[in-house]
Design a protein around this ligand. Structure first.
Ligand code: UTP
Length: 313
């Protein structure tokens, strides 16, 4: 068994994030045949912008986007658009002007390509040279947390102390167990802000309900030590024939690397498939003061047995 290097307990907080966004998005076809699911709008911002905002709010301003075929338009969203800026400036539309400049100010965006979609672990492996020798965060490209309830800062602080793997765990219902990686946990003395921290002793990918060791699902935020790259090299294809990030993390766990979970009690939006996407759009639209009319329309629509509701422009 290869010796695991001394964990980088340098109390250095990870400063880079990787957003794997090269997946084929089959659950959202045909919408995602030509449009990356990461660019689908939630109200008036693409999903990916919420994710980059989440990283930036946690102090991460160096982001590597793992892209694939037909997905390069994602990068354009974080670039400047001088022609559009001039037009808005001439019209005196300062609000929209600020809104289109904002994405370019959030972070430095770098990209690399995953040439074949061989799984999440495989996608993360392409980040090795960009990340260098440090720990780093991984934010999946199709989910985000509500800005009022951030989890990433606590995860980053905790990882700087343990030097190991830090996961985001979400309590789910019985009916959802078979869709997630489920963690086996025991209490931990560590704290992360106000959040509960548990020690992870095992992870089972998409178990049957009877075999699930808990109701704590591993969701799409991770803070990982650099040793994950070596672990990815040492695992073979797992579930679905893909190189699974879960398998690489399980290997590190087996070799004694500390793995902790921060139990997330806030709101998470999963936009990878139509149902969760629609829920995110409706929830965030209802919170917008400038879309008060949507909220009123929705109330009438629901009260009218989903059959009425006056439409506005
Ligand atoms: P998903 O499991 O949602 O896969 O990946 P997917 O291909 O995007 O979507 P479905 O299941 O076919 O509908 C979770 C995250 O990992 C990325 C995806 O882009 C998404 O952000 N991913 C997945 C990659 O970057 N490469 C892969 O090979 C697989």
């Amino acid at each position: 068994m290869p010796e695991f290097p001394t964990p980088d307990v340098s109390s250095r907080r990870a400063a880079k994030a990787v957003i794997p966004a090269a997946g084929l998005a089959t659950r959202f076809l045909p919408a995602t045949k030509a449009v990356p699911k990461e660019l689908l709008p939630v109200v008036d911002r693409p999903v990916l912008q919420y994710i980059v905002e989440e990283a930036a709010a946690a102090g991460i301003h160096d982001i590597l986007l793992v892209t694939g075929r037909g997905k390069t338009s994602m990068v354009d969203h974080f670039d400047r658009r001088p022609d559009l800026e001039q037009r808005l400036e001439a019209k005196g539309d300062t609000e929209r002007l600020a809104a289109i400049v904002r994405p370019s100010e959030l972070a430095e965006i770098y990209t690399c390509r995953q040439p074949e979609q061989l799984g999440l672990g495989h996608a993360v492996s392409y980040a090795e040279s960009h990340v260098g020798g440090e720990s780093f965060a991984v934010l999946l490209g199709d989910e985000f947390t509500d800005e009022s309830d951030p989890v990433l800062p606590d995860m980053l602080d905790l990882q700087a102390r343990t030097g190991g793997v830090v996961l985001c765990l979400l309590e789910i219902g019985d009916d959802e167990v078979s869709r997630y990686g489920i963690a086996s946990v025991r209490p931990s003395d560590l704290a992360a802000g106000d959040a509960e921290v548990v020690e992870v002793t095992d992870m089972v990918e998409k178990p049957a309900l009877e075999e699930a060791p808990s109701r704590l699902a591993v969701v799409g935020r991770y803070v990982l030590p650099n040793a994950i790259f070596d672990a990815i090299r040492r695992i073979g294809p797992g579930a679905g024939g893909e190189i699974q990030l879960t398998d690489a993390m399980a290997l590190l766990l087996k070799e004694g690397v500390p793995v902790h979970g921060v139990v997330f009690r806030g709101t998470r939006y999963d936009t990878g498939a139509p149902l969760g996407y629609l829920q995110a759009v409706v929830e965030l639209a209802c919170r917008r003061k400038d879309l008060q009319l949507f909220r009123e329309w929705l109330r009438d629509f629901v009260a009218g047995g989903l059959g009425t509701g006056e439409r506005g422009g």
